[in-house]
Design a protein around this ligand. Sequence first.
Ligand code: MLC
Ligand code: AMP
Length: 488
Amino acid sequence: MLLPGLAPSAPDRPDALVVGERAMSTSELVAAADSLAGRLTGAPAVAVHATPSIETVVATLAGLAAGVPVVPLPADAGPLEAHHILTDSGAVVVLASPDAEVSWDGTHLPGGGEVEIAPVDVLALLRSEGSAPAPRPVDDAAVAMILYTSGTTGLPKGVPIRRRALAAGLDGLAAAWAWGPDDTTVHGLPLWHVHGLVLGVLGPLRLGGKVRHTAKPTPAAYAAAVGAVAGGGGSAVVFGVPTIWSRLAAEPAALAALRPARLLVSGSAALPGPVWEAVGAGAGQAPIERYGMTETLITLSARAEGERRAGWVGVPLDGVETRLVDDAGDPVDHDGESVGTLEVRGPTVMDGYLHRPDATAEVFTADGWLRTGDVACIDRGGWHRVVGRRSTDLIKTGGYRVGAGEVEAALLGHPAVLEAAVIGEPDADLGQAIVAYVVAGDVSPQELIDHVGRGLSAHKRPRRVELVDSLPRNAMGKVQKALINPPA
Ligand code: MLC
Ligand code: AMP
């Protein structure tokens, strides 16, 4: 069973889920989700317009109860991104909050398809409880969700995640963090990625714990949420991406309010050493780090009861194996210094991308290991340190993974743009900031930033657009990004 925390035998908690100001009990969550699930059974896939709301959680649980693959759609996705995800996944309905604002519609999708945008009315679902047939058990090999993630080029790829992979990943983390029914998981992360949705919502609901989502991930909201959990005698486990920890570190009063938390966890991007130090000093404990990716779920983590080391992401979770290889595919010494490409294998790793055998073949080795694309070292004790990515065309900004190629294609879709090169520039707040170098006719940088935001999503907008006369190219005509932004 994927979510034993929602089983009839599980305790009914009045505040199992809190998002912003709204709360639902365990029994309400189950009743609303089951009622909606009855209408989804048999659909090939169902998309969820993933705003930070109780509706997003109810819709996701309904898809899972119906055994229909859930496709979280970024809340701010523009038409280019939304249409691609809907068409590629084959979703026939988008479940959305009644007050949701979308910048696209479900009709006239490329290929002639149509999807219905269906409002999720939680109160009406609770009133109609029992009118739909009870969901039947779903095979643990079934696909639970399809998460979309960016590659270096092209549109995002769908990653189908089986129920048993989710279960294995969450149980691995439960063991690593002593994470369980007594914990309330606190965060304000987007609900369409592994971090916010899988770990931040399905994790606690699998383990019988509670979720408190802050709606916005501001330092003040984190401080208030931890205060509310601690004030009620609860144990808070707090999740953040490095940008959130860095913003907390800049607000000592908010950081100090995290002192009652049981555990602080950072992931999705590298946590800078000074931020780790500052959080440790201000919140009374340093965050533990864990590492993963959409294709593999979380594979490495420091242990709650063990050592915490700045810049190191710990050791494999139960059942996960890792190896380090050089460019020739030969093993790299685990001496804590030699770097290689990290490859992983285990029960949480995907089988392959949706409809993309070419990309799947590229990411797996002949002997079945997944090439993460991350460059790492491993020490004698098995601890891993992620030092960077092989490709500079995969940008991590605020913990979001953004493909340079996707942003370049969106820029080239503007009639004034002739050439575009997108890079991730080091940024103290975001880790990397998206910067575009563009050869264009008569257009302002701001218009190009807005153009990307309208087509894709807010976090894929360049923070800066530099209009240039030409881009440096090699003899083959390929843009030399290293020459645009020479390393300092
Ligand atoms: C942003 N803004 C811009 C802009 N970019 N305005 C103009 N031009 C641009 N290029 C606007 C925003 O819309 C916002 O406006 C305001 O500027 C502040 O933006 P920001 O500084 O980006 O802050 P914010 O939007 O709050 O984003 C920071 C963040 C966010 C950390 C909260 O990046 C975030 O939620 N990251 C989490 C990503 C994540 O969950 N990744 C997990 C992937 S799974 P306004 O008006 O709205 O204030 C994974 C696996 C694993 O990686 O290991 O976990
Ligand atoms: P995503 O597909 O959005 O899940 O992004 C996965 C990528 O995020 C990984 O390949 C890493 O590059 C990066 N990442 C995740 N966690 C960490 C971490 N703790 N430290 C460094 N990088 C990380």
